[in-house]
Design a protein around this ligand. Structure first.
Ligand code: BGC
Length: 778
């Protein structure tokens, strides 16, 4: 745990130079705009510890995994969103010495991520080995208004000298991934060009053939006045630079403005990339840096209007929740249904930028409430468009008749993860994809999605489950063998309750949706079932039989759902009794020891109870929570949020808050010692869930938003904006009152603590107050 980040409600601040934390800061201060993103690397050269990272969404490489043995069905590759051209670089040479903070005496240093307006600012004062002191300020952002563009304003002021300073703004495509399996370089140069005030490099990925053209236009100001540039082109492999020398004057600033853009062949024919790149560069440069920065602030203001959470009385919690919301918005904007949310977003290489079940299980609730419904629809369409590949994937494993197994990890729909226990066995992801359809329709009321796309996906998933189970003569029930539940600290288990329960639910929901679509639009229904050869009666007959006769392990003595067969045979030592020095077990123990232990990585049975809370009475929820949580090590960042929500549901406010704290500042405080690899983007949605579904108890019940709130001890109030079916409201939970304020859209009926509230667009805003019930005794 670190605490070098200063608390501020709208900013992330690092004050003082911490080279040993640099990789952590590079993750935390990352920038993105949904289409591209980057770690907070320095613009000038830096020979200290760093992980360079610039990423273009959707551009990936299938990196062959280093494993010497294969089994049939293994995907050969682990796909990666690869490090793309560095467009931030500006080499600075002060009278023969390269400016490099690792080689300077850093007299002052401050990094600031302005979350309100969406930019990164860095100031420092450095003394070179030769004794020259400069002050510098660098401001940069990935533009939300022009999502293929970014800009930098880099200013230096000589403090104790006058003399020549050389600047070389550059684009460098000669980059590598730290995690590349064979130290392979992923890009080939296609072309490049330099001109007096800029240049570009166009590169193509090996194997996948994506082309990306990355270019820059530069301008300079001396003492605030624009100057005419006379540059000298610097050209190396995959690199263009524009070098110019100025006579710096003590106390007078020199600013270099770098306009940059990244255009990808996902959006243009490769042959037209350059012409479009040049046009984009000229467009942004003619707007100018200040206008771009203003547009950035406006774009972020619009986002914050929809999804801010305001916490009074706890600045550190305020900073944390905004950081989580900010990073989620930087990662995914919902503009493009080919893109998705990697667990590390644009902040690092880990998890390869690929799509996991995290999206459906954790991110969907966030985007449903905080963005236009088309954003979540695009996340669903992403999977719809990959249905063929999911069917192909299941076919490779021996499934038939249009059964689909969505991949655990994917870039383009194909499975690209190759640990057998995950790829073949962690099949619950299929259920999360079906659940997201249900969640979307429940939240938005958009039933057209079901007829147009949802039902087709559901049938394919239900077909998979109906083939994945088998009849046990012994039990006279259906069983599901050889699976891995969300708790990845168990592999190849039989009858994981969560997976089997979810499979039944998927089949049940598919039957319901099929009936609904058939009744609503017989034409569409008939077209679909003919196209996919769905034998309604026979297939739903099998689904029903499985639902009725599925084996779901249950422990009568403890009256809990059993995580899987044999779980109780394990030695039951609670996590609290594990010596602190042995945790986290995934770093301290052998994998073998972990697999044989009773320790649970993340919510498993409790994930199922969270999804289908309405189906269980409070005592059932409590018994399962009280049994499983003490055995859970929460070594996945996705774990605490589910526990926070359930603890809140059970009225255990103190524990709900404790779980929330584990997720909220996970990256800011480097809680798990792994922020240097990148931030935990998908679990950030879980932090939002802890506040909105946990503390505010927000649910959708019978087509209405409902709240059952409490106020965490330290806070004086908290409020958040949520959108629901075209209406935007602001919910404020204070010590003795809940205010629901109408912000825009039609009137809305909501429930608070079981009371019906009419939230109407009045003159001004209607405020309804309901006194909170006293907190339940834990
Ligand atoms: C978790 C998975 C998750 C993945 C990516 C793993 O540690 O166990 O549930 O999908 O990380 O976030």
């Amino acid at each position: 745990m670190k605490d070098y980040i200063e608390v501020d409600e709208w900013k992330i601040i690092e004050n003082g130079f911490n080279p040993h934390y640099n990789k952590i800061s590079e993750s935390i201060f990352s920038l993105g705009n949904g289409r591209m993103g980057q770690r907070a690397n320095f613009e000038e050269a830096y020979s200290g510890e760093t992980l360079q990272g610039n990423y273009v969404a959707g551009v990936y490489y299938p990196d062959k995994t280093r494993v010497g043995w294969w089994k049939n069905g293994y995907p050969e590759y682990f796909a990666k969103v690869i490090n793309a051209a560095n467009w931030i670089g500006i080499d600075i040479n002060i009278d023969g010495e390269q400016l490099d903070l690792a080689k300077c005496e850093v007299q002052q240093f401050r990094r600031e991520l302005n979350m309100q307006e969406g930019y990164l600012k860095r100031n420092f004062t450095a003394k070179t080995a030769g004794g020259k002191i400069v002050e510098a300020e660098a401001i940069r952002f990935c533009s939300m208004a022009d999502d293929e563009a970014g800009a930098i304003k880099y200013t230096i002021t000589p403090v104790n000298f006058s003399g020549p300073v050389t600047f070389t703004p550059f684009i460098d495509g000669d980059v590598v991934n730290k995690d590349s399996n064979y130290d392979e370089k992923f890009w080939d140069e296609i072309k490049k060009e330099s001109w007096n005030d800029g240049g570009f490099v166009q590169m193509r990925t090996k194997k996948t053939g994506f082309e990306v053209a990355t270019g820059m236009l530069i301008a300079a100001l001396q003492n605030g006045e624009p100057i005419k540039l006379h540059t000298q082109a610097v050209s190396k492999e995959k690199y263009v630079g524009a070098k110019f020398k100025l006579d710096a004057v003590q106390g007078q600033s020199i600013s270099v403005i770098k306009y940059a853009a990244n255009l990808s062949s996902q959006n243009y024919p490769a042959a037209e990339l350059v012409v479009n790149l040049k046009e984009t560069l000229h467009q942004i440069a003619s707007k100018g840096f200040d206008t771009m920065l203003k547009e950035q602030a406006d774009a972020w203001a619009a986002k914050w209007k929809h999804n801010d959470i305001i916490i009074e009385g706890d600045a550190s919690a305020q900073q944390a929740i905004r950081f989580n919301i900010f990073q989620l918005n930087q990662t995914y904007t919902g503009e493009d249904d080919r893109l998705n949310i990697g667990p590390k977003g644009f902040t690092g290489e880990k998890y390869g930028g690929s799509t996991y079940w995290d999206t459906e299980a954790y991110c969907v609730p966030f985007y449903l409430a905080t963005a236009d419904q088309k954003v979540t629809r695009n996340l669903l369409l992403y999977r719809y468009k990959q249905l063929d590949k999911a069917i192909e994937n299941a076919k490779l494993l021996g499934f038939t008749n249009g059964a689909a197994l969505y991949p655990m990890v994917t870039m383009d729909g194909a499975e690209c993860h190759n640990e057998w226990e995950i790829t073949f066995e962690e099949i619950h992801r299929n259920g999360a994809i079906a659940y997201a359809i249900f969640n979307y329709v429940r939240y938005t009321g958009d039933e057209t999605y079901l007829a147009d796309y949802g039902l087709e996906v559901l049938i394919a998933i239900a077909r998979f489950w109906s083939q994945r189970v088998n009849w046990s003569e012994d039990k006279q029930q259906y069983v599901m063998l050889g699976v891995t539940g969300p708790n990845e600290y168990e592999n190849n288990v039989n009858n994981n309750w969560y997976t089997s329960m979810l499979a039944c639910w998927c089949m049940k929901y598919t039957i319901e949706v099929a009936e609904k679509v058939k009744a609503a639009d017989l034409g569409k229904y008939t077209e679909l079932i003919n196209r996919i050869n769905f034998n309604g009666q026979e297939e739903t007959g099998r689904f029903k039989d499985i639902i009725a006769r599925m084996y779901l392990p249950y422990d009568e003595k403890r009256q809990i759902f059993l995580q899987q067969d044999g779980y109780l045979d394990k030695e039951q030592i609670l996590v609290k009794d594990l010596p602190a020095g042995e945790r986290p077990i995934n770093q301290k123990w052998s994998w073998d020891r972990i697999l044989r232990s009773c320790y649970i990585k993340q919510a498993d049975v409790l994930q199922g109870i969270y999804f289908f809370e309405d189906q269980y009475d409070i005592d059932t929820i409590r018994r399962n929570f009280d049994f499983y949580e003490p055995r859970t090590v929460h070594e996945s960042s996705l774990s605490p949020c589910v526990h926070a929500i359930l603890a809140a549901k059970l009225g255990d406010e103190a524990r709900a808050y404790e779980f929330y704290l584990r997720t909220a500042r996970l990256d800011l405080d480097d809680y798990n010692n792994d922020t240097e690899d990148g931030c935990h983007i998908t679990s950030m949605a879980g932090t939002w869930m802890s506040v909105v579904e946990g503390f505010a108890g927000m649910r959708v019940k019978n087509g209405k938003l409902s709240f059952d709130p409490f106020l965490p001890g330290k806070w004086t109030s908290f409020s958040f904006n949520v959108g629901f079916r075209g209406t935007l409201i602001k919910v404020t939970i204070a010590k003795s009152a809940v205010d629901i304020k109408h912000l825009s859209g039609p009137g809305l009926k909501v429930m608070v603590d079981g009371h019906d509230i009419d939230v109407q667009p009045d003159a001004g805003a209607k405020i309804t107050k309901v006194v909170l019930a006293p907190p339940p005794i834990a």
